[in-house]
Design a protein around this ligand. Structure first.
Ligand SMILES: [Zn+2]
Length: 266
């Protein structure tokens, strides 16, 4: 594990300010961070490869490499957009690995590129409270965030309406049997008796919340970084930041991101 303490002085340089402050005011950071940042990226990629074995980890690695490429080439919005995607994807990898479900439906939805189809059907979790609230509802205070109980955070559907989502759903009778509870729900589309739960997929806010939940840690700092990236993209999007200095700003931010998120991932 990398000792992040030694990077404190770099973080201090950022002084808790937002990336947007630097971009709008064209405030440059001098120095040469290229060696240190490319070493840190290599370390991060090895840690990801060691920790996770799902094929979808490739997206996290790719996001990091793309961000680095964009930062080196002075593409401000794209560099930070890729950092945001990296944050989201790394958190999701960790959550999936904590769920301990066979053929994890979240993972399958990503792998098969059908995530958006579930979202199009509004099978969406907007916050971790929604996820936790549903588990609490079915299992009381002693709920488990692992195994098939996770499906109960999704949407109850009848046989007809759940047919399309067989791969992303679980039979209610199986959930009842494996987790020892009784479930009595109506289909959310037609009011018939529900026979399966189809998973609901977490939006970014929910992903960050769940990362905290599975690790029993506060993730508000990660939420702040996510918001900071979103602010770079919206409402302005384009900047006239001096190209050759973008790598410095981006590197300091990435060190800040690594030191914040890695404690919860590895
Ligand atoms: Zn139905």
């Amino acid at each position: 594990m990398i000792d992040y303490k030694k990077y404190d002085r770099y973080i201090k340089k950022f002084k808790n300010r937002s990336i947007l402050d630097y971009l709008i005011k064209n405030e440059i950071i001098t120095g040469n961070y290229d060696d240190i940042i490319s070493d840190l990226i290599d370390d991060e990629i090895s840690m990801i490869n060691d920790k996770f074995d799902m094929p979808i980890k490739k997206c996290a690695v790719k996001a990091l490499q793309s961000a680095y490429f964009c930062a080196k080439n002075g593409m401000a919005s794209a560099a930070f957009e890729n950092n945001r995607f990296f944050l989201e994807r790394l958190s999701l990898l960790k959550i999936i690995s904590c769920m301990d479900i066979e053929n994890n439906p979240y993972e399958l939805a990503l792998e098969r590129k059908e995530w958006h189809e579930l979202i199009n059907n509004r099978f969406t979790l907007y916050g971790s409270a929604q996820f936790v609230g549903k588990l609490n509802h079915y299992y009381g205070k002693n709920f488990d965030v692992k195994n098939v109980s996770v499906y109960t955070t999704g949407i109850p559907l009848c046989g007809i309406h759940s047919k399309k989502f067989a791969m992303y759903s679980m039979d209610i009778s199986k959930i009842e049997k494996e987790t020892n509870i009784k479930i009595n729900e109506k289909c959310s589309k037609c009011d018939k008796k529900a026979t399966r739960f189809v998973i609901a997929l977490p939006k970014a806010g929910a992903i960050i919340g769940l990362l905290g939940f599975y690790n029993n840690k506060d993730t508000r700092n990660i939420g702040k970084l996510y918001a900071d990236y979103s602010r770079v993209l919206h409402p302005y999007g384009f900047y006239s930041y001096p190209k050759e200095y973008l790598i410095n700003l981006w590197s300091l931010d990435l060190i800040r991101l690594f030191t914040t998120i890695n404690k919860l991932i590895f």
